[in-house]
Design a protein around this ligand. Structure first.
Ligand code: SAH
Length: 345
């Protein structure tokens, strides 16, 4: 691998400085920046309004570490899964989920994951490294292109629900979102972006302090510590009391409701006690609950509870004025659904 610097690690200011330091105009930095981000070129030779000498100079100093969509699979329901090869050969996955009116990109923030959710296929992969801001951005840009190609409109929403724990790659995720929302990047409104976390209290507070404008979702799955620790062992270090406190802090600062993601499993959280605990948790701050369909990942240690239990959840939550949606899974036939991203291909 070359030891030239990745040019996209530079901010626009740094690029402008690079050109003035090398006897050119700062404006050249703006032009190159536009090629790199808005136009998304993979090679310096594609920067057609830049002189040949300047392009060669760039070539001698920098590389463009672009991702490559290695393999694309399309599900019978229209969901598209990209296996994305990074510059060092590692692979992550991202998913395009179409509905009649919009398309959503589900993107990865880490290669593998350091958390240990027992029901998630990605957790079986070791966390290899964090993704860089440009690697996150590129996944979104690639899906935006596919959205235009297959569905004739731009990408409308983005969820950080692919591989990894976004709040354990905090700085890079925020930098990527800055670029995604900037008019110089994709110009997508932060209101259309959701970052999903397993619940890292300190980082949820930091989001609030940083006054982020995107939405927050928390994978809750149980509002009882003993149960949550059993299925999400890191809960031992980040117990629900800390999560509650962080979420109250978030709401006090942002005034934005949080989404709780929740799967109902046989023998785990299919009791009245579990439902009551969730109702209680939901009263701490304004929120809504997404009941998500479980996607089996292996031999069946976990089984989705039957419809009757789910109906109980829905009616008791609604009785308590809590908004609840049932989320059907998409792209199951190509292992593209929640919790199934495991680089199988
Ligand atoms: N680490 C982050 C984001 C990645 S997971 C988080 O935990 O929120 C995205 C969502 O998929 C989470 O809500 C997670 O709990 C859920 N999920 C994981 N495995 C699943 C499975 N097998 N079936 C359905 N959803 C799953």
């Amino acid at each position: 691998m070359s030891n030239k610097k990745d040019i996209r690690a530079l901010s626009k200011e740094q690029l402008r400085d690079f050109f003035t330091e090398n006897g050119d105009k700062a404006f050249r930095g703006n032009q190159v920046y536009e090629w790199l981000w808005q136009k998304g070129v993979h090679s310096f030779s594609d920067m057609t309004n830049i002189s040949k000498e300047t392009r060669e100079m760039l070539q001698n100093n920098f590389v463009i570490n672009h991702i490559e969509v290695d393999q694309m699979q399309r599900s019978s329901d229209g969901t598209v899964k990209n296996a994305v090869r990074l510059h060092d050969g590692l692979v992550v996955e991202s998913v395009l989920i179409p509905t009649e009116t919009r398309t959503t990109a589900c993107v990865s923030s880490q290669v593998g994951c350091s958390l240990d959710c027992q029901f998630c296929a990605t957790a079986r992969l070791k966390r290899m490294r964090n993704l860089n801001p440009d690697e996150i951005y590129d996944q979104v840009a690639a899906i935006n292109k596919e959205s235009l190609l297959y569905y004739n409109h731009k990408l409308s929403n983005i969820v950080f629900m692919g591989m990894g724990e976004p709040l354990m790659n905090y700085n890079n995720v925020l930098k990527a979102i800055e670029k995604i929302t900037s008019p110089e990047g994709l110009g997508i409104s932060p209101k259309r972006i959701t970052v999903s976390t397993s619940g890292v209290p300190k980082m949820i507070k930091k989001l609030a302090d940083d006054e982020v404008k995107f939405n927050l979702a928390v994978s809750l799955h149980s509002a009882i510590d003993e149960v949550r620790t059993q299925i999400m062992p890191f809960n031992k270090n980040f117990p629900l009391a800390d999560l509650k406190e962080a979420l109250q802090y978030w709401y006090a600062k942002t005034k934005r409701r949080v989404t709780y993601e929740y799967i109902v499993w046989n023998g785990i959280n299919d009791t009245r006690e579990a439902i009551n605990a969730l109702v209680k948790f939901c009263k701490y701050i304004p929120c809504k609950v997404n009941l998500i369909e479980y996607n089996p990942i292996d031999d069946g240690d976990f089984q989705q509870a039957n419809a009757k239990v789910i109906d109980d959840y829905i009616s008791i939550l609604e009785m308590n004025d809590i908004i609840v949606n049932v989320r059907r899974s998409r792209g199951k036939d190509i292992d593209a659904a929640c919790g199934q991203l495991a680089n199988k291909s």
